[in-house]
Design a protein around this ligand. Structure first.
Ligand code: HEC
Ligand code: HEC
Length: 169
């Protein structure tokens, strides 16, 4: 009979048991993994009681020695070696460009934004900075004199020891 092909009352419990067992297995494996997995990333959430009153740690001091550092690879956005405190970077004002824009570099002595900063997403070269590169601190950051949160084994492809480490010692 055709009706026998449908999963009837007999078929249903077997499928349900299967699903239940599978679920239990996944749960058990997950629990075991959670117990034994190495903690790769340090806690960034701060105090264990998130709603408690915790004094904010002081901000680390940025490195502002005006030394342009070697890049770790050619495409690295160079880090900012000077203070950027209170520099406005909004839709209307871009303090960075007051010095780094082509027209102003003679007066400021700042390196000009590179040619890539004039290209739009189609590779068209514009007369001024492309919107894609307008918010400088998306890519360029300052450094602070602190221990890294996550250790890093990066090695320069030419195996040159970065000069940066010498300075901090
Ligand atoms: C008052 C002028 C001035 C302003 C404003 C300014 N800079 Fe600079 N910048 C310089 C000068 C000069 C240098 C060269 C190194 C030095 O003297 O600090 C430099 C260096 C840099 C470098 C390093 C370039 C390299 O090749 O190593 C980066 C990146 C940079 N600035 C980004 C920024 C960003 C981002 C802002 C805005 C948040 C900014 N600058 C605002 C003057 C300025
Ligand atoms: C999307 C990421 C990005 C943004 C946004 C960006 N830059 Fe860059 N910048 C880079 C990269 C990557 C390099 C190095 C390779 C290159 O020149 O494209 C660089 C290089 C530079 C250099 C070194 C130029 C040279 O010839 O040595 C300066 C100065 C600079 N940027 C300033 C700025 C300023 C000022 C802004 C904001 C107006 C800005 N950048 C926005 C990624 C960015």
């Amino acid at each position: 009979m055709r009706g026998q092909d449908h999963p009837g009352l007999n078929g249903f419990p077997r499928a349900a048991y299967g699903a239940l067992l599978g679920g239990l297995l996944v749960f058990a494996c997950g629990a075991i993994y959670a117990q034994t997995a190495p903690q790769i990333v340090p806690r960034l959430t701060g105090a264990s009681s998130p709603m408690g009153d915790v004094p904010a740690p002081p901000l680390a001091r940025p490195v502002t020695d005006d030394r342009r550092l070697m890049r770790n690879y050619p495409e690295q956005p160079p880090i900012i070696p000077h203070s950027i405190e209170n520099y406005q970077l909004t839709l209307k004002t871009n303090r960075c460009l007051d010095c780094h824009r082509r027209q102003f570099t003679e007066g400021s002595g700042a390196p000009m934004i590179s040619v890539t900063h004039f290209m739009d997403r189609n590779g068209q070269v514009l007369a001024d900075v492309t919107p894609r590169r307008y918010f400088c601190t998306e890519c360029h950051v300052q450094q602070t004199d602190v221990q890294p949160l996550v250790s890093n084994t990066f090695k320069d492809m030419l195996l040159v020891e970065p000069k940066r480490n010498e300075r901090r010692r």
